[in-house]
Design a binder for this molecule. Structure first.
Ligand code: GUN
Length: 292
């Protein structure tokens, strides 16, 4: 069993991006605007990480804060203004949004060219059509990068994705199915009848359910590549902050069976941020007529 070191691979990706940004020599500085609504602790921490990483690679980032009581119209007006602002290359609205807000309408409000999350229907459509200007969601794009850079073969392999979200499951399925990666893809979800039996057939198992330790040893084929997307906070009195992070995979018991596995933390998480930076740089390059 070998660990896929997401921290290390994210560092490599970010170093490459930093070089590319430096090569622009200030002729244009990629700029991402992050919108956070309310102060969900996980969102606060993710958004802070995104801003810190942007600064480290020479990218400009701005933060727009709204109270949890913000209205749909207020958010949409802000997005419209950012869409019209030529100095902004990427717009990200941190999910989840409060329940009175239509997330889909918000995601679709962002201009496809500034939609660095890849959540808009135009970008999802471009992904389905495998168009070169498709923006793929950051977490699935990060999974693909981890697989590539750790030498995991995808062509002809059976990839089983557990979870069908817009943010991970569905775009991950599309990427793995693409003519670049050529996996055979099965998507399982909460209503799948024989989930353990299907999971056991996976050469590549992607766990994106959001349930701590959902994937147990009996659900994994010996030698499988396991990608754990879960970042679950479970109470832990021995920790200073009162919680610890647990993946969707029962790591301790599953890891010995795998050829490759991502840890939590330090697996997929850092890659999501790195791919957001990559999507933003690419949006900036396209906007300014540079090759991507
Ligand atoms: N919430 C959890 N993951 C993500 C992500 O990749 N992008 C946004 N905008 N919100 C998220």
């Amino acid at each position: 069993m070998e660990l896929i070191d997401g921290n290390l691979i994210a560092k490599q990706v970010l170093a490459e991006l930093k070089t590319k940004i430096a090569e622009l020599a200030g002729s244009v500085v990629p700029h991402i605007v992050v919108i956070r609504v309310g102060d969900d602790p996980a969102s606060v921490s993710y958004v802070a990480k995104k801003q810190k990483t942007a600064a480290e690679i020479g990218m400009k980032s701005s933060l727009v804060l709204f109270p949890a009581t913000a209205t749909q119209a207020e958010l949409e007006a802000k997005i419209d203004a950012l869409n019209a602002d030529a100095s902004v290359h990427g717009i990200l609205i941190q999910a989840p949004l409060p329940p009175h807000i239509s997330e889909t309408a918000i995601f679709n409000r962002v201009l496809p060219e500034k939609d660095v999350d890849g959540f808009s229907s135009v970008n999802v459509g471009r992904l389905v059509q495998e168009l070169p200007n498709a923006v793929a969601a950051c977490t699935p794009a990060g999974i693909v990068e981890l697989l590539k850079r750790s030498g995991a073969e995808t062509a002809g392999r059976h990839a089983v994705i557990v979870g069908r979200s817009l943010i991970v499951g569905k775009p991950a399925a599309l990427l793995l199915l693409s003519k670049k990666l050529n996996a055979t893809v099965t998507v399982c979800h909460s209503r799948t009848g024989n989930l353990p039996e299907i999971a056991r057939q996976a050469d590549i198992l992607v766990a994106a359910i959001g349930k701590p330790k959902f994937v147990t040893e009996d659900m994994v084929k010996p030698g499988a590549v396991v990608i754990d997307v879960g970042i679950n906070r479970v109470p832990d009195a021995s920790k200073k902050n009162g919680y610890r992070l647990v993946g969707d995979v029962d790591f301790e018991n599953v890891a010995p069976k795998c050829s490759l596995i991502t840890p939590v933390p330090g697996g997929v998480g850092p890659m999501t941020v790195a791919m957001l930076m990559k999507n933003t740089l690419e949006a900036c390059l396209r906007r300014n007529g540079f090759a991507v």
